[in-house]
Write a protein that binds this ligand. Structure first.
Ligand SMILES: NC(=O)c1ccc[n+]([C@@H]2O[C@H](COP(=O)([O-])OP(=O)(O)OC[C@H]3O[C@@H](n4cnc5c(N)ncnc54)[C@H](OP(=O)(O)O)[C@@H]3O)[C@@H](O)[C@H]2O)c1
Length: 248
């Protein structure tokens, strides 16, 4: 299926994990994809791997999404390089876990600046273009932690709950221009982010997942591709949990 022929997608945090898989999935169905990540080497390698499978489909951009001006410049550059953007995937995210009692201010700020302000920055930078694009879509990658909270992740939970509120408000503001905005709340997905967890924590988590396994990055990429497609035109302001039943 080529659901994204002639479409341009921007995937933040596309250098690794979920974002890389999302970028690959959209490219596999015809999109030209801007792969954005913090480091040059990460987005460069991801774009190279995607181009090896789908020649000419990916271009790398090393930008910190927390930097408002850099994201404005990024939007201009992507417009010049790839043309009108149809699909924006806000996936860049970080964790700086620790109990609130011991959490440093910089750990709070880094997580909120990346996970929440990063989405504000990109939506601000791309919204005018999206409002004029065909089948315009914004998809924000939140987390089940933004729905249910988690001890040791007050900063991360606040950023993802904030992202969900942001999603619903953007959906309401841009609905008149046919831009849909939805969130996906992944459960525990096998990536570098969850590889950091100890075996004991992983076992504890699995005991709370009805399907009793961690998800794969492709589980998220398939959900993103559906919400990004024209088939999802009547869905906006929703939060889709892709979590093995964890939050039902
Ligand atoms: N894995 C899970 O179980 C899980 C569950 C729920 C939600 N999520 C969410 O899903 C998203 C992707 O997670 P993941 O597990 O794939 O993470 P990951 O493997 O750690 O990859 C994160 C990506 O985000 C990029 N990034 C981080 N900070 C950035 C910044 N300031 N500016 C630009 N790019 C930045 C990284 O860039 P570099 O490669 O250059 O470092 C990397 O490409 C995150 O928002 C995460 O919160 C993940």
């Amino acid at each position: 299926m080529q659901r994204f022929a002639n479409k341009v997608a921007v995937v933040t945090g596309g250098g690794r994990g979920i974002g890389q898989e999302v970028a690959k999935k959209l490219a596999s169905e015809g999109a030209k994809v801007a792969v954005v990540s913090r480091s040059e080497s990460s987005c460069g390698k991801a774009a190279e791997a995607i181009n090896a499978e789908f020649p000419g489909s990916a271009k790398a951009y090393a930008v910190d999404v927390a930097d408002h001006e850099a994201v404005q410049a990024l939007a201009k550059q992507i417009g010049d390089d790839l043309g009108t953007v149809n699909i924006l995937i806000n996936n860049a995210g970080v964790t700086r876990d620790g109990l609130l009692m011991r959490m440093k201010e910089e750990d709070w700020d880094t997580v909120l600046d990346t996970n929440l302000k990063g989405a504000f920055n990109t939506v601000k930078a791309f919204m005018r273009v999206l409002m004029k694009a065909e089948d315009p879509r914004i998809i924000n990658i939140a987390s089940v932690i933004g729905l249910i909270g988690n001890a040791g992740q007050t900063n991360y939970a606040a950023s993802k709950a904030g992202l969900i509120g942001f999603t619903k408000s953007v959906a309401r503001e841009l609905a008149g221009r046919k831009v849909t905005c939805n969130a996906i709340a992944p459960g525990f997905i096998t990536t570098d982010m969850t590889d950091e967890l100890s075996d004991a924590i992983k076992e504890g988590v699995i005991s709370k997942i009805p399907l009793a396994v961690f998800g794969e990055t492709s589980d998220i990429a398939e959900a993103v591709a559906f919400l990004a497609s024209s088939q999802a035109r009547y869905i906006t302001g929703q939060v889709l949990a892709v979590d093995g039943g964890m939050t039902m």
